[in-house]
Design a protein around this ligand. Structure first.
Ligand SMILES: [Zn+2]
Length: 105
């Protein structure tokens, strides 16, 4: 399910949680952004949700200590690396193998 919101938030333009993708209405029609969030939904399903969020948070904390920078910590999370590397390939999810995010450690 995709929900478009008019709520303004400078930092967050989209988020994928469980079965839902919430996107700022300003980015409606951005296929790469939608694909990025769909990749996250697939990652979440593969890890049965809760382990995904724990793993995501642990990687963020480790990266934060490593890079001493919020943005670098976020961009270097393996889930984000896979999503950013493949968001422009709109057929990526059709050919993606299970647990492909492990290649981005
Ligand atoms: Zn992302």
């Amino acid at each position: 399910m995709i929900i478009y919101t008019k709520r303004q938030c400078k930092k967050y333009i989209a988020i994928a949680l469980f079965f839902v993708i919430i996107i700022n209405n300003k980015y409606k029609g951005n296929k790469s952004l939608l694909n990025h969030e769909k990749i996250h939904l697939q990652q979440q399903r593969e890890l049965l949700w809760l382990p995904f969020f724990i793993w995501y948070a642990v990687e963020f904390v480790i990266n934060y200590f490593k890079y001493k920078n919020w943005h670098s910590a976020y961009k270097n999370i393996s889930f984000e690396k896979e999503a950013y590397c493949n968001e422009h390939d709109l057929s990526y999810l059709k050919t993606r193998k299970y647990f492909s995010f492990v290649k981005y450690f």
